[in-house]
Design a protein around this ligand. Structure first.
Ligand SMILES: Cc1cc2nc3c(=O)[nH]c(=O)nc-3n(C[C@H](O)[C@H](O)[C@H](O)COP(=O)(O)O)c2cc1C
Length: 314
């Protein structure tokens, strides 16, 4: 028997497996298809203050090794989320008798103040299964001409410390991958009081329909996810782990147990599955079983022993 419990900073998870924001709806959509007993957490689609329509269609294109999406953060707004989707999650688990995985609420906003407001509304909502806020910082900062919060360490630090102030809930900051060096961004989160970081978000990408000579998605560009980004994500997790002691929730192209184990050896405390679930909801069970098999075979009695257990020759 392998002890599958992990701690993502102050957040205790029954297993190291989570779902990635935007790939698992608001938590209940995969009931009957995904084995929820394998999940330590579900992360919901990004929520802002008010409802947001997202980008025009088409919003995604498949590519070898993954997909490019520009959903544009479509969402119902925090009020509708707390009045409708969170109670739905609560009721669904009451009916099955299964303990609900911890819910991580992914949030975003156009200003630092908006992020803080949404975070405080969620933290004060009183749902016992909501265990953490995850700030998606890959969003345009309305006050700085559209640059994203995640591409300036000083702005990132101000965002994190403002959201953290008086917030009675653990705060995870989800970092953008397209930076020359992740270290100053990790430090900005640490200094700002983040409890953990998550990485990686999608990588900027473009697909062209050569027959029409037009971009394949209406937004012209989007974000690449899936198998193709996995080695880049492992490198960023490795760099982030060396730069700081902040616990890491890693995601990016997990399709089999090996991918999740790589992330943990590189320094992740927990991992999230995303695009793979679209084509194979059974992947959650497969990855869980593969991790326990690996731990047994290598003499690890607790999965948390994998975190940072990478051996590097001098
Ligand atoms: C369709 C889609 C929607 C996404 N929406 C969000 C979102 O709302 N907030 C966020 O932080 N990340 C979002 N992401 C990024 C994922 O959470 C994840 O970081 C990324 O897809 C890498 O993981 P993967 O390769 O396993 O899919 C989205 C990804 C996809 C594919």
């Amino acid at each position: 028997m392998v002890d599958m419990c992990v701690d993502l900073g102050p957040v205790r998870l029954a297993t190291p497996l989570a779902t990635a924001s935007g790939t698992f709806g608001y938590g209940t959509e995969y009931m009957g298809a995904v084995d929820y007993s394998c999940l330590g957490a579900v992360t919901v689609k990004g929520i802002r203050l008010d409802a947001w329509p997202g980008n025009p269609m088409p919003r995604h294109a498949e590519v070898p090794g993954g997909m490019v999406n520009a959903i544009g953060l479509q969402g119902p707004g925090v009020g509708m989320f707390l009045n409708h989707y969170a109670p739905l999650y609560e009721t669904a688990f009451e009916q099955t008798g299964i303990k609900p995985p911890a819910m991580i609420v992914n949030i975003w906003g156009g200003t630092v103040e908006e992020y803080a407001e949404v975070a405080h509304i969620v933290a004060g909502s009183g749902f016992s299964f909501i265990k953490a806020i995850e700030c998606n910082v890959s969003c345009p900062n309305v006050k700085s001409g559209g640059h994203t919060f995640g591409h300036d360490p000083m702005i990132l630090n101000r965002l994190v410390s403002t959201v953290r102030k008086d917030l009675e809930m653990p705060l995870i900051v989800k970092l953008a991958p397209n930076v020359p060096d992740i270290t100053p961004y990790v430090k900005a989160c640490e200094d700002g009081g983040a409890d953990a970081i998550s990485l990686i978000n999608t990588i900027p990408a473009m697909v062209i329909d050569i027959e029409r000579r037009k971009p394949a998605i209406a937004n012209k560009t989007g974000g690449l996810s899936g198998r193709a980004i996995h080695p880049a994500a492992v490198k960023l997790v490795y760099d982030a782990h060396r730069a700081s002691k902040l616990p890491i929730l890693a995601m990016g192209g997990i399709y089999e147990a090996k991918d999740a184990i790589e992330f943990m050896l590189a320094g992740a405390s927990a991992v999230a599955l995303g695009s793979a679930i679209f084509s194979n909801p059974g992947v959650v069970r497969e990855v869980y079983d593969g991790i326990t098999e690996y731990c047994s075979r290598h003499g690890f009695t607790a999965v948390r022993e994998l975190t940072g257990a990478l051996e590097i020759d001098a």
